[in-house]
Design a protein around this ligand. Structure first.
Ligand SMILES: Cc1ncc(COP(=O)(O)O)c(C=O)c1O
Length: 371
């Protein structure tokens, strides 16, 4: 946040900044969705809806799993939420009692820890690295499990690392969690933004998994604040009750807009954007490697590259700050994502077009004295 604030300040002073720190797509919301949103406002869809969302959208989401993954999801188990942030808050709220632990990978999405704290729980971060593609494994989960552990959370693709969990690894983790009467939570909010490896959903593995998703990233709807979860059948009533209390309903115009997210026309737009993200990754990854940033595995999803920069600096925060001040290049230091060797890592987001990434690479090269 400190770095972002400084980047904004420099920009307002007229400095040119290349943004490689932004965690949201640079593309606007696809036109058909915007048009459906406009229509919703004209038709006065501006009142509360049921707390779990409108039936048409819950059905459309279930239909999306059938079309995309050949996976049957009961619309009754689909809960529409204010962003996946709303879903994460609900999940922790219904699952975690004070003193209970939730295991998660470090590095990871920083807010996850805070959702656990909010429920009075104890986030337990497990250091992960290139040997496991920066993801938890069944073995790591087994080792970290204690009698207090209630749940395990994975994100695939992950923020900040862009790496995936394979189906086999997820099945193994699910087995371990189930055998200990715990609950598995899978964050699939970057689903759709995958450039290799097998695309699948945790919903096709078991129906006792909480599957979290969002309209923010693949669908390009960050500001509409809309996400969803698939909740295990026996947890739906509790989730509904909590949603009624803390949100009343997800945003109504956004729900109507999102009905246009699964049409053929929108899917074509989104798939062409996926190709654009892939091209950016394919450009940026080797350029950064040439400059000395290390990525042991090729990240296959989201729009992030999480790089080891220890051959270039001993302090990634200072490195990012100096890159910003001296060359106007904005990247995120590892410190944002946990306490597992953060000083050796930085995150690059390819949420800007290739010409800007080219300029960003030039600036980093100049900063490193390579040009
Ligand atoms: C891994 C992960 N989970 C959840 C979120 C929350 O997103 P939203 O509330 O917009 O769906 C983000 C946002 O960056 C994220 O990176």
């Amino acid at each position: 946040m400190e770095l972002l604030a400084r980047a904004r300040q420099l920009e307002s002073e007229g400095r040119s900044i290349i943004h490689m720190e932004v965690g949201e797509p640079d593309f606007p919301t696809p036109d058909p969705i915007v048009e459906a949103g406009r229509q919703a406002l004209m038709e006065d869809h501006t009142h509360y809806t049921p707390a779990m969302g409108i039936t048409e959208l819950r059905e459309a989401i279930a239909g999306h799993y059938a079309t995309r993954f050949g996976c049957r999801v009961d619309p009754q188990q689909v809960v529409v939420t204010p962003g996946s942030s709303g879903a994460l808050q609900l999940v922790m709220g219904v699952l975690v009692n004070p003193g209970e632990a939730v295991l998660m990978a470090d590095p990871g999405y920083p807010c996850n820890r805070h959702f656990v704290y909010l429920a009075g729980g104890d986030p337990v971060t497990v250091p992960v690295g290139p040997a496991t593609q920066y993801q938890l494994t069944a073995e790591l989960v087994e080792k970290a499990w204690t009698p207090n552990t209630k749940a395990v959370m994975l994100a695939t693709p992950s923020n900040p690392t862009g790496t995936l969990v394979s189906r086999q690894a997820m099945e193994e983790i699910h087995e371990v969690v189930k055998s200990r009467n715990g609950v598995l939570i899978i964050d699939e909010i970057y689903q759709g933004l995958v450039y290799g490896g097998e695309e699948f959903t945790a919903a096709s593995i078991a129906d006792d998994i909480f599957v979290i998703n969002s309209f923010s990233k693949y669908f390009g709807m960050t500001g509409w604040r809309l996400g969803w979860m698939i909740a295990p059948r026996e947890m739906v009533a509790a989730v509904d009750k909590l949603a009624q209390n803390i949100f009343l309903s997800p945003p109504t115009p956004s729900q109507h807009a999102a009905l246009a997210a699964f049409t053929e026309e929108t899917q074509q737009i989104l798939e062409s954007r996926r190709e654009a993200f892939r091209a950016r990754r394919d450009f940026l990854l080797p350029k950064l490697q040439e400059l000395g940033f290390e990525m042991a595995t090729e990240p296959q999803g989201a729009f992030y590259l999480y790089a080891n920069c220890s051959s270039l600096t001993g302090d990634s925060f200072d490195f990012a700050m100096r890159l910003l001040e001296e060359e106007g290049g904005a990247i995120t230091p590892g410190k944002d994502f946990g306490s597992n060797r953060p000083e050796q890592h930085v995150r690059f987001a390819y949420t800007t077009d290739i010409s800007k990434l080219e300029e960003g690479v030039k600036r980093i090269a100049r900063f490193l004295g390579r040009s």
